[in-house]
Design a protein. Structure first.
Length: 83
């Protein structure tokens, strides 16, 4: 092994205050969170024209699967090309 760097949950939270309790996945993954992340509106959309959300705080939920960005890009293309 060349090296190792370990952070406790508290250290992760101090590093980034969004990692509450060391949770890097963006919070609870239960049904209410799944359908209302990050707000009760169409996922990926914002009130600002041309601005879309593609983080693990948007459906389908936490992970490094890239689906949040995929769905946000599809919505952006549908909306922006239609305009």
């Amino acid at each position: 092994m060349l090296g190792r760097h370990v952070l406790s949950p508290g250290a992760l939270e101090r590093y980034n205050e969004n990692y509450v309790g060391g949770d890097i996945a963006g919070g609870a993954l239960d049904w209410p969170q799944l359908v209302s992340r990050p707000t009760l509106r169409l996922p990926y959309a914002t009130p600002v024209r041309g601005l879309y959300l593609a983080s693990s705080s948007t459906p389908p939920g936490p992970g490094v699967h890239g689906m949040c960005g995929h769905h946000a890009a599809r919505l952006a293309l549908r909306r922006e090309l239609r305009a």
